[in-house]
Design a protein around this ligand. Sequence first.
Ligand SMILES: Nc1ncnc2c1ncn2[C@@H]1O[C@H](COP(=O)(O)OP(=O)(O)O)[C@@H](O)[C@H]1O
Ligand SMILES: [Mg+2]
Length: 604
Amino acid sequence: MFGGTLALVRLLPAVSRRKTAVFAGAVLIAAAAPVAITVLTGLLIGSIPATVRSGFDSGPGRHTVHLLAAVAALILLQRALTPIMLALATTLGRGVDRHLQERVMAAVGAPTGVAHLEDPDVLDRIRIARGLGMGNRRPSRAVEGLAHLVPSWLQALGGAAVLIGFHWWLGLAWLVAWPVLLFYLQREYVRVGQVVYRQSQPLRRAEYLRDLALTAPAAKELRLWGMLDWLLDRFDAAWLAAMQPVWRARRPRRRVVFGTAGVVLVINVASYSLLAWAAVRGHASLAALAVYTQALAQANGYTAFDDDNAELSFASATVPNVVGLEHKLQAPPAIVAAKQPEDSPHHNIRYENVTFRYPGAHRDALSGLNLDITAGKSLAIVGDNGAGKTSLVKLLCRLYEPTGGRLTVDGGNLTGLDPTAWQRRIAVLFQDFARYHLSVRDNIGLGAPELAHDEQLLEKAADKAGVGELIASLPNGWDTVLSREYAGGTDLSGGQWQRIGLARAFFAVEGGARILILDEPTAALDVRAEAELYDRFLELTAGLTTVLISHRFSTVRRAERIVVLADGTIAEDGTHDELVAQGGRYARMFALQAARFVEAAGNA
Ligand SMILES: Nc1ncnc2c1ncn2[C@@H]1O[C@H](COP(=O)(O)OP(=O)(O)O)[C@@H](O)[C@H]1O
Ligand SMILES: [Mg+2]
């Protein structure tokens, strides 16, 4: 149940061994000092009558002075140590946050495919790991909490131990009682924390609605269609529904409240009565009374229902969550990857009776697909929206694994190849390619990060994609940040972005990719840019295995071979001329587009 706290503590040495050792030492001293001060102060008080009788120069006098010096030294030590301990907790906490964030990034980035990013459970865990939502429950808060709590707990233990000298059974009662009370109270916090985490999905929903109002993507439509009120209502309802179970759980359970309060009351009444009794009957010396009164105060001083207690259980629950995420996303035991020649594929890539269904989907995106892609040639894929074109490409990239059938490369099973090496062999411009809020240089250089410093290669890729002029016209040239969210940044039009994405794919080719995949690469380009690109299509794709997905027949006809995809399988296959002659689906689509074109030309 307190696994979170233990896991958090175990993490500290991983962040910094040295700092953890110093921190632990400081915590121990911070806990021990007050107990020692209590005992010494008691002895000090006890020594005063003798000193008053015989003066400072006597034996008892020197004893008093020594005690005084020791108490002063301990108080100074405590004063000096506390800020150091708290500062260390803050630094260690920051280290823990960074460490966990890196682990989450690594875990989420580890799988070959991307299906896990559509898995609600994984998304919940990622959300928890980011410490979003409920205030700012970062694990660092739990470390800071520890710096306050542990000394108070140890002090209470020390106080209880001192009380053993008064009545052994009373000290023992304290030693047993307070950890039990602490356990029950802390368990209440853990329970609330668990409810919060169970509510991750509804909270994600609410946060999504909130972010719609706070971020750019929906801002235009929000205004034009007057969606704001609707959005506020929806957010309100979603947030309330998500939080109500949490608020209910926050009310501590009655029996815990009354139970713990009752025990505290009984044990305190008993302790103070015994002390008063001992004083009245003269059973204890002045020094003993002073020590035990202080010790009793310390035994009472453990922190059990503070913000720190809440933080400790809420925030440290993040740690097992990260471990669980890592566990869930762990790569399956490595199959010995076949050695892959540098320049494969040599002969072909084959889809053999491939079936694919997205996780949780109700129908197949690809069904019984057979396709033989010849290495070094260009293949165009056409088909209606939703026919499965992009899915086909995702399988080739191993972003998903087929649900049936298999893919082979030069006859060997694709799953037998090292996925990372295979993915680096593919240069792809996805239909929904990423628009990085980074400099132009990074946006293109990310196609082959290890070459990103090579200006000439960058220029070459930019020229192939026809963005050389565009980059030269930007305020900071290659260093212009492509986002209005940063000072000096700029945004691009859809077509300009597409050409930046294209340049990135070409840069990946410079980095050694042998397969070029362009998924609707000209959808946002103007007619001239598209024409320029396709005039150079053969030159740009020379020597590469190219897969081109497009709706534009002007584009497609330049490919050496064309397949028509319909309902997740290959419907037609041939060159442009063959397919037109066949008079099937392709011929009809082509005729439709050509007629539109002739009509438009006629109107002009
Ligand atoms: N991530 C996804 N999860 C579930 N279904 C998807 C996903 N992506 C696409 N689909 C579905 O798979 C089918 C094929 O999609 P896709 O390959 O993108 O078609 P195309 O690229 O030919 O337009 C469609 O029915 C689509 O709704
Ligand atoms: Mg598509």
